[in-house]
Write a protein that binds this ligand. Structure first.
Ligand code: ARG
Ligand code: GLU
Length: 713
């Protein structure tokens, strides 16, 4: 019995534990390679990353800073998400050409649309520069040490060898225990090639965001242009399509549950090595506070958006952004509680302490956990106050965010004087044109009321400004919106008119500014300095803790937290059990779009062309058994920044395009569980079907290398 249990345990560990983690592509040899082979990978890690010959990494550029893309043709065609290209699509749209609603397709290269400021960045090579960065820092105290490290980073970025058209970027891994140099090439002439209508690219929009089962065709196409030497260049009509070192063949053979997949891309931030005290604080204090403040904001905005179409247009994008993280945090709390992440961390911490004793490293590592405990308990109220500030002033109540900019203007005057004041004033006034077009005082007055009410009741008492204690939030918000000049573009311009003395005097008599300044002052004077001080200690402890984990647990799978650098994650296609009695399958089909279809709805409308294709089952070579595959999920460990990442099969062929995670598994930013953490991808067969059958963009299909199933003999 016992041995059977052991065997089962072994099988379980073999089957599920070898997943999760975002690994550095140049360091996959050994443990990762054997895990990947065990999961079914058929290529070598040299084919993923090599500096001597072309490899998969040469086809995975970062897309415009925050997303990922992949090269899919010899002419520099790249694929990314619709939500990553959305800004560009929106900027090219007008009432006559509504590419958001109708989609856009360039049927010849001349029709492709330039996107000012858009960049796409390739990794050329990765090198370890740890010893160079830490040179001359070991004996320094914490603050000086960090300063010296920053200096070294700046200097080495300038002096390490690279070509004239490349950049050196140095990033820290494992909290300052490793530094890697990325030599990159950044292309600046990027043109829009294609985007489906929003009814495909954003199907299910906010309601389906973070949700499985999903039916979104979240993709768009761009092309990289280079100069005649194939190097990066500013936009020019002389530029030519970029000739890539590598581009992905696209497989339409289809996968089954449990098949190997991997994802390459640029995950932004994770916090996998937090101690239990920190996770406990996130679950019980930080996340709930941020959620509560966004709850009221979203409810107010949504109420107005449903009644008033003009407000819907003004607030749609802002509301979606606020809702995106709000929904993620709710899933995160749910997942962390369900997986009992705090207990799991505590268990590890017990092991850790035992290991420290056994290895005789007490002097170096013996106090780490008690330091964490002390510092996290000390930072608690400061962290809560900071969460309030970030959500209150920087985000939800928009009038306070205007107040914050004006506060900075006043600071600039105090520190730098007249000229700097005038420059900043000009920038603010110019920038606010667009802001006020999307600002509705009736909406924001209600938001401010709700936010101030929570603030006055739940902000840590010891920091709460006396003028905001026991307030009537409704009355105060009314007063602000009746008297303040911050509530419209014309009024704010009037307020900023005149010489600096007059402006600052008027500013300090403005009710909206007074409220904002009270909140900001309290934060900057009573909260932030102490927060920074404790946080510096936490950062130092975290760095030593990370070092100790690497040293004392050499056999553990310790991957570096995400930091927007190129990573590889792998796993298998797999469904999951979100709740008792519910099983989710790993694939969805076009049939599900028709099930969700609500004519005229802004999230679930379906275009006539797609309905026709569905009715006639005109799926070309992309359908299987009369059905059109749409999205699928797998156990790849991804996060924000992996949007647009290529999902690859065992041979490294492109099979999907990453765009989201399942709600129940968003805790993977803090604690990955192969049971419930899934990434969501669009099946490449759906992408090709839309390009080919829906858009009839044969010109695009002709550029691609498509791998079809072998014909049955
Ligand atoms: N949740 C996805 C990602 O974070 C998609 C976001 C865009 N889509 C949306 N409906 N807001 O961050
Ligand atoms: N939608 C996310 C992005 O924009 C990816 C989803 C995630 O967080 O995993 O990067």
């Amino acid at each position: 019995m016992k041995s059977l249990r052991l065997l089962l345990l072994f099988v379980f560990i073999q089957g599920s534990a070898q997943q999760g983690g975002m690994w550095i592509p140049s360091l996959l040899k050994g443990m990762n390679e054997s895990e990947m082979k065990n999961l079914g990978m058929k290529i070598t890690v040299d084919q993923i990353y090599s500096i001597n010959k072309s490899s998969l990494k040469d086809a995975v550029p970062q897309f415009n800073g925050g997303c990922t893309s992949e090269v899919i043709s010899p002419k520099g065609l790249i694929l990314t998400n619709h939500h990553c290209g959305f800004d560009a699509i929106q900027n090219h749209s007008s009432v006559e050409h509504d590419y958001i609603t109708d989609g856009f397709w360039a049927y010849k290269m001349e029709d492709e649309l330039l996107n000012k400021g858009m960049v796409v960045s390739f990794v050329i090579r990765i090198e370890d520069v740890t010893s160079k960065i830490l040179d001359g820092t070991t004996s320094l105290a914490e603050t000086e040490k960090q300063k010296k490290i920053q200096e070294n980073i700046v200097n080495l970025s300038k002096t390490l060898p690279k070509e004239a058209w490349q950049e050196n970027i140095i990033k820290t891994f494992y909290y300052g225990n490793q530094y890697l140099l990325f030599v990159t090439e950044t292309f600046k002439d990027i043109r829009l090639v294609g985007a489906p209508p929003s009814s495909i690219g954003k199907f299910g929009d906010v309601t389906d965001n973070w949700v499985w089962p999903r039916h979104t065709g979240d993709f768009s196409l761009f092309r990289i242009y280079a100069d005649k030497d194939n190097h990066p260049a500013e936009y020019s009509t002389e530029n030519v399509p970029y000739k890539p070192k590598y581009y992905f063949p696209i497989s339409i053979k289809g996968l089954k549950e449990n098949d190997f997949t991997m994802v390459m891309g640029y995950p932004g931030t994770t916090q996998e090595y937090l101690p239990s005290y920190a996770v406990d604080q996130i679950i019980n204090i930080i996340d709930p506070t941020k959620i509560e403040l966004r709850d009221v904001t979203l409810k107010v905005q949504d109420g107005f958006m449903r009644k008033d179409n003009a407000i819907k247009i003004q607030y749609a994008a802002k509301n979606a952004t606020i809702a995106n993280a709000w929904k993620k945090w709710r899933g995160e709390i749910k997942g962390l509680k369900k997986a009992d992440a705090v207990s799991a961390k505590q268990k590890f911490e017990k092991q850790f302490q035992e290991k420290v004793l056994k290895s005789g490293k007490e002097a170096e590592y013996g106090k780490l956990l008690s330091d964490f405990e002390k510092n996290y308990s000390e930072i608690k109220d400061y962290a809560l106050a900071k969460a309030f500030f970030d959500e209150t002033v920087v985000r939800n109540a928009e009038i306070l965010s205007v107040g914050y900019k004006l506060y900075q203007l006043e600071q600039i005057y105090n520190v730098k004087g007249e000229d700097a004041f005038n420059d900043r004033r000009k920038t603010l006034v110019n920038g606010w044109g667009e802001f006020y077009q999307e600002f509705n005082p009736t909406v924001d007055q209600k938001v401010l009321e709700q936010i101030l009410d929570i603030y006055s009741k739940k902000y840590p008492k010891q920091f709460l400004p006396s003028s905001l204690t026991n307030i009537d939030a409704l009355a105060l918000s009314n007063e602000v919106f009746t008297n303040s000049k911050l509530v419209s573009y014309d009024k704010v311009k009037e307020l900023l008119n005149g010489d600096s003395k007059t402006v600052l005097e008027n500013l300090n008599n403005d009710k909206g500014y007074i409220v904002a300044k009270t909140i900001i002052d309290s934060h900057l004077k009573n909260v932030l300095p102490k927060y920074d001080e404790i946080n510096l200690k936490i950062t130092a402890t975290q760095r030593t803790y990370m070092k100790a984990i690497l040293e004392l647990f050499p056999k553990n799978r310790v991957f570096p937290d995400a930091n927007s650098t190129l990573r590889v994650t792998y796993g298998k296609v797999k469904g999951y059990k979100p709740n008792d009695g519910v099983i989710y399958e790993p694939f969805t089909y076009l049939d599900g779009v028709m099930e969700k279809y609500i004519p005229g709805d802004y999230e679930y409308d379906v275009s006539k062309k797609l309905i026709d294709l569905y009715n006639t089952k005109d799926y070309g070579i992309y359908g299987v058994n009369g059905k059109m595959p749409l999205d699928f999920i797998a156990t790849n460990h991804t996060t924000g920044g992996n949007s647009g990442s290529p999902a690859l099969d065992a041979k490294g062929n492109l099979i999907g395009l990453n765009f989201d995670r399942v709600w129940e598994g968003t805790m993977s930013d803090i604690y990955y569980s192969p049971e419930i953490c899934r990434n969501i991808m669009v099946d490449m067969r759906y992408v090709l079907f839309i390009i080919d059958k829906f858009a009839n963009a044969e010109n695009i299909i002709k550029e691609l290398k498509i791998i079809t199933p072998e014909k049955k003999k």
